[in-house]
Design a protein around this ligand. Structure first.
Ligand code: ADP
Ligand code: MG
Ligand code: MG
Length: 247
């Protein structure tokens, strides 16, 4: 599904941040990327989703066999790549429901499909909000306005389930995820994952991986993947930290 080969990327004004990333993600797999602060984890997720602050200087990102490096972020989204927003925007006057309806129909339009019939949309909203324990009054609130950390997470996971991407990238940054928020993310991922989709979770919380069982764990340090293992690698990191890998 995703094939990253020798990916190098820099910020616009010149510093190289990704220094030769290789990563292959197949349908049905959950991958976790861990690593010290400043390693380039968020940069990697931004480069995959097409954020414009970065320039790819070498390598390729193949999504279902096609190089997507020249694609705009919205084109990548339409192809089925979802990325959570680290700092979600507040949109006063636009409810959680209306935002997701618009986003979903936008994606359908890009694929040449009609708008989803209202009844079907409603059923889908109901199904996913029930799975996540989202109440009706939350759905009618203005997007992200005054949301707590946990509510932002719940909304993010709700968006993921509604849009039903092929590849979901969740960058769980160091911004104080409490245990409830970790559980929301984990439960969401576990209910989303299936044989046809894939998830890339970026975290430096070993704890998240107690709830999400990743198939692969990668350690990113100084712009490179320096170690790949299974979930036991996350346990090892919890015990020993990163220093032993950094030579
Ligand atoms: P991580 O998510 O692993 O903590 P980041 O990808 O956020 O790491 O950052 C990697 C390095 O690149 C850091 O040194 C960070 O300061 C730098 N960096 C990332 N994005 C930018 C940017 N837009 N402008 C300047 N420096 C950046
Ligand atoms: Mg960081
Ligand atoms: Mg980060």
């Amino acid at each position: 599904m995703l094939n990253i080969n020798n990916l190098h990327a820099k910020i616009e004004d010149g510093v190289e941040i990704l220094k030769g990333i290789n990563l292959q993600i197949n349908p049905g797999e959950v991958h976790a990327i861990m690593g010290p602060n400043g390693a380039g984890k968020s940069t990697l997720s931004s480069v995959i989703s097409g954020k414009e602050d970065y320039e790819v200087t070498a390598g390729e990102i193949l999504f279902e066999g096609e190089n997507i490096i020249e694609d705009a972020p919205e084109d990548r989204a339409h192809k089925g790549i979802f990325m959570s927003f680290q700092y979600p925007v507040e949109i006063p006057g636009v409810s959680v429901t209306n935002f997701i309806k618009a986003a979903l129909n936008e994606t359908r339009k890009a694929k040449g499909l009609e708008e989803m019939p209202a009844k079907e949309m409603l059923a889908l909203i109901r199904e996913n909000s029930e799975k996540l324990g989202i109440k009706r009054d939350f759905l009618s609130r203005s997007l992200n306005e005054g949301f707590s950390g946990g509510e932002k997470k719940r909304n993010e996971i709700f968006q993921m389930m509604m849009l039903n991407p092929k590849l979901a990238i969740l960058d769980e940054t160091d911004s104080g995820l409490d245990i409830d928020a970790l559980r929301i993310v984990a439960d969401g991922v576990n209910s989303f994952r299936n044989e046809g989709n894939a998830v890339l979770v970026i975290t430096h919380y070993q704890r998240l991986l107690d709830y999400i069982q990743p198939d692969f764990v990668h350690v990113l340090a100084d712009g490179k993947i320096i170690r790949t293992g299974d979930k036991n690698l996350a346990l090892e990191l919890e015990e020993k930290g990163y220093d032993w890998l950094l030579n």
